[in-house]
Design a binder for this molecule. Structure first.
Ligand code: C5P
Length: 200
C-alpha cells in the first residue's frame, strides 16, 4: 500500500498532476471532488444533502454537467456540512488502501482522510493563472463565461472551503508545497514524481 495525497484549491493543477502520477506509477486515482460535486448536483434537484451523499452510486460520478460552475458551487456548499463529509469518509479511506497504490486529490486528503499518506503535496497557483486555466476548460466545453466570472467563482469557493469549521482546505504540516504558476505540466509532474520516488 502506498498513498499519495494531493490537495489544493480549484484549478491549481492538482487533477492533472494526480492523473499523470497515477499513470506513471500505475496507481489507482480518486478525484474526491467528484463525490462532493455528485452530491451537490443531487441537491440542485431537490434531494436533501445527507441523503444525496449516502445514496451515491458509481453512475452519479459521470456526466459533463458535474464540471459546471453551478454544480461546483453546490459542491462547495454541501462540502461545508459535517454530516455530508462523514458520509463520504469510509469510501475514500477504503480507496486509499488499494494494494497497488492510490492517489487521492481533494482539499482534506493529507490532513483528514489520509493523514499517514507516504507523500503529500499541496498544489497552488496564482488566482489569475487558475482563473485562466478554468476559463479555457469551460469555454472549450461550450460554457459562456468570462475570466472575471470564473475568478469570482473560484475565490468564493476557496473562501468557503478554507474557512469552514470541518476539514477546511489547508496544507498538512508535512506536505510539499508545489506552486504551478510558472511551471509547465511536465515540470510540475516531474517534481511530484521525484518526491514519490524518494519515498518508495
Ligand atoms: O476539486 P473540485 O473543484 O472538483 O471540488 C469541488 C468542491 O468539493 C470543492 O470546492 C470543495 O468544496 C469540495 N471538496 C472538499 N473536499 C475534498 C474535495 C472537494 O470539500 N476532498
Amino acid at each position: 500500500m502506498f498513498t499519495v495525497a494531493i490537495d489544493g484549491p480549484a484549478a491549481s493543477g492538482k487533477g492533472t498532476i494526480s492523473r499523470a502520477i497515477a499513470a506513471h506509477f500505475g496507481f489507482a486515482h480518486l478525484d474526491t471532488g467528484l463525490l462532493y460535486r455528485a452530491t451537490g448536483r443531487k441537491t440542485l434537484n431537490g434531494t436533501p444533502a445527507l441523503e444525496a451523499a449516502q445514496t451515491l452510486v458509481a453512475e452519479d460520478l459521470q456526466g459533463d454537467e458535474l464540471r459546471s460552475p453551478e454544480v461546483a458551487q453546490a459542491a462547495s456548499k454541501v462540502a461545508a456540512m459535517p454530516e455530508v463529509r462523514k458520509a463520504l469518509v469510509d469510501f475514500q479511506r477504503a480507496f486509499a488502501q488499494r494494494a497497488g497504490g492510490a492517489v487521492l486529490d481533494g482539499r482534506d486528503i493529507g490532513t483528514v482522510i489520509c493523514p499517514d499518506a507516504e507523500v503529500k503535496l499541496f498544489v497552488t497557483a496564482s488566482d489569475q493563472v487558475r482563473a485562466e486555466r478554468r476559463w479555457k476548460e469551460l469555454t472549450f466545453k461550450g460554457h459562456k463565461v468570462t475570466v472575471d466570472e470564473v475568478m469570482a467563482d473560484l475565490q468564493e469557493r476557496d473562501r468557503r472551503d478554507s474557512t469552514r469549521a470541518d476539514a477546511p482546505m489547508k496544507a498538512a504540516d508535512d506536505a510539499l508545497q508545489l506552486d504551478t504558476t510558472t511551471l509547465s505540466i511536465e515540470e510540475a509532474v516531474a517534481e511530484a514524481v521525484k518526491r514519490i520516488e524518494a519515498r518508495q
